[in-house]
Design a protein around this ligand. Sequence first.
Ligand SMILES: NC(=O)c1ccc[n+]([C@@H]2O[C@H](COP(=O)([O-])OP(=O)(O)OC[C@H]3O[C@@H](n4cnc5c(N)ncnc54)[C@H](OP(=O)(O)O)[C@@H]3O)[C@@H](O)[C@H]2O)c1
Length: 241
Amino acid sequence: MSMDLNGQRVVITGITGGIGRASAERLLQAGADVIVSARSQDKLDAALAELSGKASGYVLDLLDMDSIAGFFEKVGKFDHLVTPAATSMFAPIADMDFDAARAIIESKQWGQMMTVHHAIKQMSKTGSITLFSGTVTQKPLPGSSMFAAVGAATEASARVWGLELAPLRVNTIVPGIIETPVWSGLMGAEAGAEALNGFASVLPVGRVGTADDIAKAVVFLIDNGFVDGESLVVDGGHRLI
Ligand SMILES: NC(=O)c1ccc[n+]([C@@H]2O[C@H](COP(=O)([O-])OP(=O)(O)OC[C@H]3O[C@@H](n4cnc5c(N)ncnc54)[C@H](OP(=O)(O)O)[C@@H]3O)[C@@H](O)[C@H]2O)c1
């Protein structure tokens, strides 16, 4: 069944990222009016030019509270919010870079919270919010303690916001190991590719995830008006091993 999101305005944060970009493509295919963000005007212009449909966008930096407020004032009224934008870091507690750790809290946890706070002033009550966590909340992976902590906090907050904002729906996508630029950013190109190959060889489905696997989940959560308060795991069976 093909989804029809004609007439729906959807905001996606972080269009330069793997999951943000793939989600924008899927939503454009479904007929949605897509509004995106990037951290600079140059990045925004380049990303908009690469999309296969027509989208619009504004600059947004999640570490700057005025930027978040200003972004949603410019966006105006809309129906659905999708928040994949976040910084990443990977380190065991013994070698933790605490500035990077704080940046994850500020962009992924605090950033998603502030995004929701400002977004809801503009959102339709019949719309939805799709937040992002990660399977490390359920499947411990050495080095991922900050991801795990911030993801668990996001999932817990999302369930509370689902009640506070009803009938607006609030769900969280819990991605497993997904091939996006985040891996080369975290480890360098070679080590990132090696890590992904290693995961592919042990995952039950025999491969790592694609950004499009997550984008399909984004469209599903927007389209299905009876899914609310859900943490939707999309991980190729990673939790099973
Ligand atoms: N990929 C995975 O394996 C995986 C697994 C579990 C969970 N997730 C989660 O899924 C979400 C999307 O992941 P992804 O793999 O698509 O990440 P990605 O490719 O690294 O993209 C991250 C996006 O966030 C933007 N961003 C970073 N810091 C920002 C800030 N301060 N203000 C505004 N935008 C900012 C980046 O913009 P720039 O281009 O300017 O840096 C980029 O557009 C994240 O929450 C991630 O933690 C991913």
